[in-house]
Design a protein around this ligand. Structure first.
Ligand code: AMP
Ligand code: MG
Length: 275
């Protein structure tokens, strides 16, 4: 029963190639496919167990890698998703890379140079906390490069991701979508809680003022770069329980699609005696 319902989650949240999804408040607060928080929390636990097992086989098999891209506005839940979902993976086969504003050296290279270096190897899961998409988001909104430069990047990103997939690195991308109201609440929590204050970045307020420009940039990136080979999923993010459940389930489904197998033995166990 649960499985049947879960199966459709990917279809419910995937951005069809070329389709423009309106990143509005209603979507951020929705919970497609599941209504009860308790049920989602129980299913999250189950999904985490499945992720552990699937990753173990991915690692043993060694033929495929998985790249998970996380994008969101500030306080959108990227760190929380890593804590609650990605933590199911064994650190021995999982790398998380956060992308900040590029260093002087990185700026001397093409925008994908630092990205490609962080891509997972076969057998591993790589997680991007922000990604090459910043190069068509903050870079576009703040005019960090001329328009013809950033507008050419959508096709360059699609080509890059197609190349990864052709080389057995699967790519899934999550846009954790929170409403402006929820962002305000979370930024305020950071100010109130001494354990969260360190996360408060006054620059986030500037970005909050540019909300509509970011929204347009996100909607463009999703429409242009959700492809058959590297889909974007828009995850309603106002409710953390829904976000965690949805990301975990979609990762399970993605890994289940891989034809994973245990490597064939190099020895015949029947002929080995351990004394
Ligand atoms: P945080 O995720 O809170 O640690 O913030 C990282 C900051 O780095 C964000 O403000 C991003 O917009 C910024 N950033 C990431 N990638 C780029 C990029 N390619 N160009 C400019 N700024 C970037
Ligand atoms: Mg921040």
């Amino acid at each position: 029963m649960a499985r049947k319902q879960d199966k459709s989650l990917r279809e419910l949240l995937r951005v069809a190639p070329g389709r423009r999804v309106a990143l509005d408040d209603e979507l951020a607060d929705s919970t497609p496919g599941i209504e009860e928080r308790d049920v989602a929390t129980a299913l999250l636990e189950l999904a985490r167990q499945q992720l552990r097992e699937l990753q173990y086989k991915l690692y043993a098999d060694g033929r495929f890698g998985l790249l998970v891209v996380l994008q969101a506005m500030d306080a959108g839940g990227k760190d929380g998703t890593i804590r609650h979902v990605i933590s199911a993976f064994n650190p021995q086969g999982c790398h998380v890379t956060g992308f900040k504003a590029p260093s002087a050296e990185e700026l001397e290279h093409d925008f994908l140079w630092r990205i490609h270096q962080a891509a997972p190897r076969r057998g591993e899961v790589g997680v991007f906390n922000r990604s090459h998409y910043e190069d068509v988001l903050v870079v576009r909104v703040d005019n960090l490069v001329p328009r013809p430069v950033w507008s050419a990047r959508y096709a360059q990103i699609n080509d890059f991701e197609r190349m990864l997939v052709a080389n057995d690195i699967r790519v899934v991308k999550f846009m954790l979508h929170v409403s402006r109201k929820e962002q305000r609440k979370r930024l305020q929590e950071r100010l109130k809680d001494p354990r969260k204050l360190w996360k408060f970045d006054p620059a986030d307020l500037q970005k909050r003022k540019q909300w509509n420009a970011y929204r347009a940039a996100y909607e463009d990136a999703l429409a242009k770069c959700s492809t058959r080979h590297a889909p974007w999923y828009v995850i309603p993010g106002d409710r953390k329980w829904y976000r965690n459940y949805a990301v975990a389930r979609i990762l399970v489904e993605t890994l289940e699609d891989l034809p994973l197998r245990w490597p064939s033995a190099e020895v015949d166990p029947k002929k080995i005696v351990i004394r």
